[in-house]
Ligand binder design. Structure first.
Ligand code: NDP
Ligand code: DGY
Length: 327
């Protein structure tokens, strides 16, 4: 392919080399990369995407009408290095006939595993315990010191029993969970595998000892976990969110945690990201906040990068994508 025929591709960040190798080897892309581990500034994104045939982006890049207009009519494909696609203006993208690739399945295990780790760390107060060892707070073995809540005989409620939600349920069941409740837009046949009971959200929130959010962020789930939601939870219950920060009203969560309305919360996702270091949630011992690392294993990120590159190439050549988002 001559240089003139090469298809312009803008990559909004340094990505794992597995994906870059595939793009380079394909020999059809004139690659322009925002060569940094930090997000591309908006002005550079608008400049970089101009005239592009393909855009490889991350969940931190807001791809809206302004970006699509800046790209212009060449743009055939957007491939995101994520399964979540709430950062993409899907209606605008569809209107322009642009195809979208994303990364379902390949990160399910890593994200479910992290969710279980976060749940256990929060319920058994691991960060507090580690801190006490370091700061001299560990004076002796005390019967009620650093007690938390266990999964054995508990009721777990999963909001959004999708790929990741089901993988979380599968991992939690062997801990001795007594009831596994779930909610969503419709019952799921695959819930049988974990003896899942489809219940209304209200029932799930009232009856669960652990509420785990693993739904996608949509207009329906935005702000779903608010004052009313937390007021229905048991005082001894634990709230876990590894979906998207905007599912939670963080002021209401702070109030619920600081007033003792709920026992503790573990969050892998927040609004904004990063959460400012002076954010009130970070002053609470009963709130464990992680920096959005659900899929962060070397292997998973490598496979995500490969899949993102292959989706992009398929979009450029008009062939079947390994994982195309149906718009
Ligand atoms: P899926 O599409 O398989 O699952 C999404 C689930 O959300 C579906 O079960 C869907 O239920 C449910 N859902 C949608 N609307 C609602 C609603 N109103 N109430 C309750 N549930 C609802 O996606 P994945 O499991 O692969 O990923 C889920 C999300 O996890 C991603 O969108 C992303 O935001 C987040 N994620 C976070 C990661 C991290 O690093 N923390 C890593 C990977 C993903 P139904 O089928 O009934 O519509
Ligand atoms: C996603 O893929 O949506 C996650 O948030 C990051 O892996």
């Amino acid at each position: 392919m001559s240089v003139q025929q090469m298809l312009k591709v803008f990559v909004t960040r340094r990505i794992p080399q597995e994906g870059m190798k595939i793009l380079k080897k394909a020999g059809m892309c004139n690659l322009s990369v925002w060569d940094s581990d930090e997000p591309v500034p908006r002005a550079e994104l608008l400049k970089g995407v101009a005239g592009a045939h393909g855009l490889l982006c991350l969940l931190s890049d807001k791809i809206d009408a302004e970006v699509l207009n800046a790209a212009g009519p060449n743009l055939k494909v957007i491939s995101t290095l994520s399964v979540g696609f709430d950062h993409l203006a899907v209606d605008e993208i569809k209107k322009r006939g642009i195809r979208v690739g994303y990364t379902p399945d390949v990160l399910t295990d890593a994200t479910a595993e992290l969710t279980v780790a976060l749940l256990l760390a929060t319920a058994r107060r691991l960060p507090e315990g580690v801190e006490e060892v370091k700061n001299g707070g560990w004076s002796t073995w005390k019967p009620l010191w650093l007690c938390g809540y266990g999964l054995s005989d508990s009721t777990v409620g999963v909001i959004g029993l999708g790929r990741i939600g089901l993988a979380i349920a599968r991992r939690l069941k062997p801990f001795g969970v007594k009831r596994l409740l779930y909610t969503g837009r419709q019952p799921k046949p695959q819930a049988q595998e974990v003896d899942g009971e489809y219940v209304p959200l209200d029932t799930l929130v009232r009856e669960s000892d652990f509420v785990v959010v693993s739904s996608s962020l949509t207009p329906d789930t935005q702000g779903l976990c608010d004052k009313t939601f937390f007021s229905k939870m048991k005082k001894t219950s634990i709230f876990i969110n590894t979906s998207r920060g905007a599912v939670v009203n963080q002021e209401d969560l702070f109030e619920a945690l600081s007033s003792g309305q709920i026992a503790a919360a573990g969050l892998d996702v927040t609004t904004p990201e990063p959460l400012p270091t002076n954010h009130p949630l970070l002053t609470l011992k009963n709130c464990v906040v992680l920096p959005h690392i659900g899929s962060a294993t070397y292997f998973t990120r490598g496979v995500m990068s490969e899949l993102t590159a292959n989706n992009l190439l398929a979009g450029l050549t008009g062939s079947e994508m390994p994982s195309e988002l149906k718009l």
